[in-house]
Design a protein around this ligand. Structure first.
Ligand code: SIN
Ligand code: FE2
Length: 200
């Protein structure tokens, strides 16, 4: 099993329920602007997390997982139940996800091609959920020389990177402003659920 694209996986009503839960997450753990290791250059997305671990990055300490919000110092809020169920249903992995990264893209935000490789466990897939405006998602192989495919990710779409594509390069070329009315403020939310440690 490699890259799986599940368009329309979440119905509108489920998207609304999930968004409501994410509003609570973002109230408790506000979005922050991550910065790149060494250069300290700000990323164009803003992010937060829920679940026992969260992915963060800054100039001084680089990419990592930690149990607390970098600004408030508080533990990340719990992962909404709906996401735990979705993970079980879609991945059939033997252990629950430990981190849910919440990325908010405004109209100008994008994300360069990268691999998700800060986890100890690459047996578990990465599960991504899109909400709000449509994004142009690009995914290739493990090498920058490999060809890439382009997907339009709409609100409610799910992508799974597992098996041979667990370490595939992927990124967001751009967000198509005004393509969804789910978020009144516009823009796009992407969730990436990951297992970080190997299940005991
Ligand atoms: C990511 O790779 O962290 C985000 C992918 C996406 O926004 O769809
Ligand atoms: Fe990623």
């Amino acid at each position: 099993m490699g890259l799986e694209f599940l368009p329309g996986k979440l119905r509108r009503e489920q998207q609304v329920t999930l968004l409501r839960a994410l509003r609570d997450v973002m109230d408790e753990a506000p979005l922050f602007t991550p910065t790149m290791p060494r250069s300290g250059k700000p990323m164009s997305v803003r992010m937060t997390n829920c679940g026992p671990l969260g992915w963060v990055t800054d100039k001084e300490r680089g990419y990592r997982y930690q149990a607390t919000h970098p600004i408030t110092g508080r533990p990340w809020p719990a992962m909404p139940q709906m996401l735990l169920h979705l993970w079980d249903e879609v991945t059939r992995y033997r252990a629950p996800p430990e981190a849910c990264l919440v990325n908010y893209y405004d109209d100008d935000a994008k994300m360069g091609l990268h691999q998700d490789k800060d986890e100890e466990d690459f047996d578990a897939p990465v599960l991504s959920v899109s909400l709000g405006d449509t994004a142009i998602f690009r995914a290739g192989g493990r090498s920058r020389r490999d060809p890439t495919r382009r997907f339009e990710l709409e609100s409610g779409d799910v992508v799974v990177l597992g098996g041979e594509d667990r370490l595939a390069l992927h990124g967001i070329d751009r967000v198509l402003a005004g393509t969804s009315d789910l978020l009144p403020e516009g823009g796009r939310i992407n969730l990436t659920l990951r297992r970080v440690t190997k299940p005991g």
